[in-house]
Design a protein around this ligand. Structure first.
Ligand SMILES: Cc1ncc(COP(=O)(O)O)c(C=O)c1O
Length: 343
């Protein structure tokens, strides 16, 4: 489309979505696993303006819809979200003057729902279906809404190539810039697998030898996993997503939720980083792999979101005790140099 044919919305989008691409810092974490000889670095995407890595995903998805003429002024964006994408879409849609409906389920984080509402989003809550697959139920509801809303369009985070595209263009190159070279190992948490697929393509494109580790939760269906009940949002999926069919991580970890609690708490107490459940799962995955890492390994991971919305769950002893048991609260493991050694 020639420049003079840009719609008003496209012009506004170019302006307001720019902040989503502010680079985030990468920091070395020397205290996370005392005694480990490998270097461990965290890319702090919790510092993106919406509080998660999805700030960028949402901007890319909306830009793509506007670029393709699918979203125009007066249109409505509809998306299934467990929280973070919804927060970022709600923020961007507020700035763009576009209506946004977030389809959430009963496990959605209440703070995330309140944040979306604060940005002016409408919430559509889906009950848990008899088969327990909340994600599939949300996706069905998105389809229903699209049929009934004129000008309605979905960002389709589970299959949209703009999702991995933005992580290929920005997330991995930023990490390489910060470190001065590609990491030897990169740990990425997975749900749509958009982040993982994007960095995978950047690794392939640059000819890097980075070993890519996908981090999932027990009970998720990704990469042949067996579905089961999960309580913590942000991580895992109830079905193999369209994007995941192209994703080829070198290794996959499936972390039990009790270990996620331990990982999240270690990161907060040892490195002062309050992050969400998916990042806690990554910490646990790195902890499990520590004995296998060479002394000169340069390990990087993404801090996917802030831990504030997880204060009533992951960081609340009573909630953990009642829902996940006491394993993740074990003071001996919290104090150990190698808390995941026995896992
Ligand atoms: C906190 C958090 N971590 C990890 C992910 C996984 O990202 P992706 O959907 O790119 O696989 C998400 C996705 O919603 C998330 O919210």
């Amino acid at each position: 489309m020639p420049c003079d044919a840009l719609t008003d919305l496209a012009v506004r989008a170019a302006d307001v979505l720019e902040d989503a691409y502010l680079p985030t810092p990468t920091r070395r974490l020397p205290r996370l696993f005392p005694g480990a000889s490998a270097q461990i670095h965290a890319k702090l995407d919790n510092l993106q303006l919406a509080g998660s890595v999805k700030e960028r995903t949402a901007a890319a998805l909306l830009s793509g819809l506007i670029r393709d003429g699918l979203l125009t002024d007066g249109g409505t964006v509809v998306e299934s979200t467990s929280g973070n994408l919804g927060i970022a879409l709600a923020r961007h849609c507020a700035l763009l003057g576009i209506d946004f409906i977030a389809v959430v389920d009963e496990r959605a984080n209440e703070a995330a729902c309140q944040t979306m509402t604060a940005y002016g989003a409408r919430l559509d809550r889906v009950a848990t279906p008899p088969d327990g697959n909340r994600l599939a139920a949300r996706v069905r509801r998105v389809r229903e809404l699209l049929e009934s809303i004129p000008g309605g369009v979905t960002t389709n985070q589970y299959g949209n190539p703009d999702n991995p595209g933005v992580h290929q263009r920005t997330t991995f190159p930023e990490l390489v810039d910060a470190l001065g070279h590609a990491p030897t190992h990169l740990y990425v948490a997975m749900s749509t697998t958009g982040t993982l697929l994007g960095v995978q393509r950047a690794i392939e494109e640059g000819g890097h030898r980075t070993l890519l580790v996908g981090v999932d939760v027990e009970g998720s269906a990704l990469f042949g996993g067996e579905t089961g009940n999960r309580l913590l949002p942000g991580l895992g999926a109830g079905f193999e997503t369209e994007l995941s069919r192209s994703a080829r991580p070198d290794a996959v970890h499936r972390i039990p939720e009790s270990e996620i609690v331990l990982g999240s708490r270690l990161l907060a107490r040892r490195e002062g980083i309050l992050a969400g459940a998916s990042t806690g799962a990554i910490v646990a995955a790195i902890g499990r792999d520590l004995p296998l890492l060479d002394a000169d390994a340069v390990v990087a991971f993404i801090v996917h979101d802030t831990g504030l919305p997880y204060l009533p769950t992951v960081f609340d002893d009573g909630w953990v005790h009642a829902n996940l048991g006491d394993e993740g609260l074990d003071p001996d493991r919290l104090a150990a140099d190698d808390p995941f050694a026995a896992a």
